[in-house]
Ligand binder design. Structure first.
Ligand code: 6R9
Length: 673
């Protein structure tokens, strides 16, 4: 039996919450039960005391917290960080040495050799789940590491992973960390072109993939996509293939390697390499507001301390719990909260290959009941789509094992929060709305469930060591009042912070530290209420958040204009009930090209091939012209308003070169909802 404390509800406080353009009035704050708080890692007094210490004396706070992982050579320096313009430099525990794979596996062998490390739940519920013990995890990781070494992978080399949600993805990440190689996981939904760009930008020696990736009963042809990508890459790149479904694929002798066969023949042990705390661990490409995706670089020591600590404290993880994060390992959430955080803590972590609605809309709840999941962590887009299918799918399954629910990826609207809390949590468990980014390595604003009362829709308070400020967007003035609104910046470093952009430190400084000098700019807007709670309102730059996936409008625009029939394109977001934001594209065709529904379909297909299905435009409007200033700048503010079907108040249009363009766009707008 799992211990399941009951939550209590306080009623009486009113918050005005504006989200997705609608005004909602909230009336409740939820606090964990006394039992929950009493056994939680951090209670209310603990939060206040530790947070104060973490920002006043980060050196001693983090020196102590860093003891949660095993160091080979202890560090003597804790923090050496600067956000100074032209000189941004971030180093934590820099003279310490460690191995991350040893921290996630070997050190647990004394106490947890036979404990399940990973529960793998396949796409098809008729296929049996796998329970992989720490002993098996060690052996498989070592075998995979030995295969990598046999193919010439050395410390510092890059390895790209383009994989389904199978245990080999975790083995591969840990195997890279074991031998000091730098992994870069590319989400399986990305196209061959996107994969090729990432292989080339990181100058990877090896790509690890699978024949096919089953999801929701369909199979993504990962190997065929990799073949297509490798046509644009260096001939020396090796391709290690997991024969997962066993379906036929093409095979290039001398380049392609049967990974499972070689693992079976490899030695079952591989020594781990002593790495510096600041040696790179992984690159993860993410969308920015301009140009090509950015290779966010995380290093070893600080990242691991932060991932392990946030996993334990935010989710109040205790020994014996079963933790399930539904993200894909292709995103940072999968890195920190399927693989590294949980395994560093010796946890049992669930890895799910499928989708929430296959074979039916009860799959999440069936899996929770089947594996007695205690903490469940998913995205608002999934909650909203399941909410739309009805609570009866939830009621069918026994969810009494649950102790906590989590949300990540985008602002969660209070309706979805309440549904999640009421129907999945039965009104009795805390909901943690965790705000963070690929760049931050782990949660930076989040409720600590036993310490911080939750307000639906608010990510609540900063995590330890994170110093948030709200700035006036236009003036850059720090807003001193508690109750305020503006853009969110962070004034000092925390160990999980990214260190640079792969191969482009200057772009790193420009993208994150140039807007507001001396501060890390998140790109998000926020409101802070009278209780000091943060309410993230969404991106203020040209980054969209579609079903919790980050998409740069610039990337989608350049894909569109690469099409022979397209002269110009502008992409903006618009409110979407399920996805949070949808993609709205204004397209100006080349002279002589006639608009048609076929061309529209063709453009959608084109973007899917250029970037991937997640970037498919929801709406394409034919635009004879785009609204521009006299200096030729596209006025996106106006395009956003029209896409939102809110063209009554377009604001100042006096700088438009040709005001008639706007009338045409309004008359032919696509979103009339
Ligand atoms: C972890 C992750 C980061 C962007 C971020 C913000 C949005 C994430 C959120 C949230 C409101 C939350 N975001 N969590 N907004 N509340 N709890 O999602 O990383 O893919 O890099 O996206 O997602 O806009 O800036 P990433």
């Amino acid at each position: 039996m799992h211990f399941r404390p009951k939550g209590a509800v306080q009623i009486g406080q009113t918050h005005r919450v504006t989200q997705g353009g609608r005004l909602t009035i909230m009336t409740a704050i939820y606090t964990a039960s006394q039992d929950f708080s009493a056994s939680a890692h951090v209670d209310a007094a603990g939060y206040d005391r530790l947070y104060a210490e973490s920002v006043k004396d980060p050196e001693s706070f983090w020196a102590r917290e860093a003891q949660r992982i095993d160091w080979i050579r202890p560090f003597t320096k804790v923090k050496d960080t600067s956000f100074a313009p032209g000189n941004v430099s971030i180093k934590w525990f820099e003279d310490g040495t460690l191995n991350l794979s040893a921290n996630c596996i070997d050190r647990h062998m004394i106490k947890r050799a036979n404990q399940t490390a990973i529960i793998w739940e396949p796409d098809d519920p008729k296929t049996p789940a796998k329970h992989i013990t720490y002993t098996e995890l060690l052996e498989q990781t070592c075998r995979l590491a030995n295969v990598l070494k046999a193919h010439g992978v050395e410390r510092g080399d890059r390895v790209v992973l383009y994989m389904p949600m199978i245990p080999e993805a975790a083995y591969a990440m840990l195997a890279c960390a074991r031998i000091g190689a730098i992994h870069s996981v590319v989400f399986g939904g990305f196209s061959p072109d996107a994969l090729a760009n990432r292989i080339n930008d990181s100058e990877a020696k090896v790509v690890i993939t699978a024949d096919f990736g089953p999801r929701g009963g369909k199979k993504t042809p990962l190997k065929a996509n990799t073949d297509a990508a490798l046509l644009h890459c260096d001939d020396r790149v090796k391709c290690l293939v997991v024969k997962h479904t066993g379906d036929q694929t093409s095979w290039v002798d001398g380049r392609d390697v049967d990974l499972k066969a070689e693992m079976a023949a490899a030695k079952p042990y591989c020594p781990y390499v002593e790495m510096g705390a600041e040696d790179p661990l992984f690159i993860l490409y993410t969308s920015g507001s301009t140009g090509k995706p950015k290779g966010v670089l995380h290093t070893t020591g600080g990242y691991l301390v932060y991932a392990a600590m946030t996993h334990q404290i935010t989710f109040d993880y205790h020994d014996g719990d079963v933790f399930w994060c539904t993200a894909d390992v292709g995103w940072v959430t999968g890195h920190s909260y399927i693989v590294y955080g949980p395994l560093a803590n010796g946890a049992t972590t669930v890895m799910f290959e499928g989708v929430p609605t296959y074979p039916d809309a009860g799959r999440f709840w069936e899996v929770i009941a089947k594996h007695k999941v205690t903490q469940f962590y998913t995205a608002p887009t999934a909650i909203r789509s399941l909410m739309g299918l009805g609570a009866e799918w939830v009621e069918k399954h026994d969810l009494s094992s649950l102790k906590l629910l989590g949300s990540v990826g985008e602002p969660i609207n209070p309706e979805a929060w309440n549904w999640y809390h009421t129907h999945v949590g039965k009104g009795a468990v805390p909901v943690v709305d965790t705000f963070w980014q690929t760049e931050t390595g782990g949660h930076i604003i989040t409720p600590l469930p036993g310490a911080i009362p939750q307000k639906p829709g608010s990510a609540t308070k900063p995590f330890f060591g994170v110093k948030c400020v709200v700035l006036d967007a236009a003036t850059g003035q720090v807003q001193e009042a508690t109750e305020t609104e503006g853009v969110l910046c962070i004034t000092d470093s925390w160990p999980g912070q990214m260190r640079t952009l792969w191969g482009d430190h200057q772009r790193f400084e420009e993208a994150y530290f140039s807007q507001y000098k001396g501060m890390y700019f998140t790109g998000d807007g926020c409101r802070r209420d009278a209780d000091g709670y943060y309410w993230i309102t969404g991106r203020v730059d040209d980054v969209l958040n579609v079903s919790g996936h980050r998409m740069g409008t610039a990337e989608i625009e350049s894909a569109l204009v690469a099409h022979a029939d397209v002269a110009e394109a502008a992409v903006v977001g618009f409110p979407h009930d399920i996805k949070g934001q949808g993609i709205y594209a204004y397209v100006t065709l080349m002279k002589g090209i006639e608009p048609s529904d076929d061309l529209r379909k063709d453009l959608i297909k084109w973007v899917r091939t250029e970037i991937g299905p997640i970037a498919s435009p929801d709406l394409i409007q034919w635009a004879p012209g785009l609204p521009k200033t006299r200096s030729g700048k596209i006025m996106r503010r106006i395009l956003r308003k029209i896409a939102e079907n809110d063209f009554g108040a377009l604001g100042d249009t006096s700088t438009l070169a040709d005001p008639a363009v706007v009338d045409d766009l309004i008359a032919n707008r696509m979103n009339r909802g």
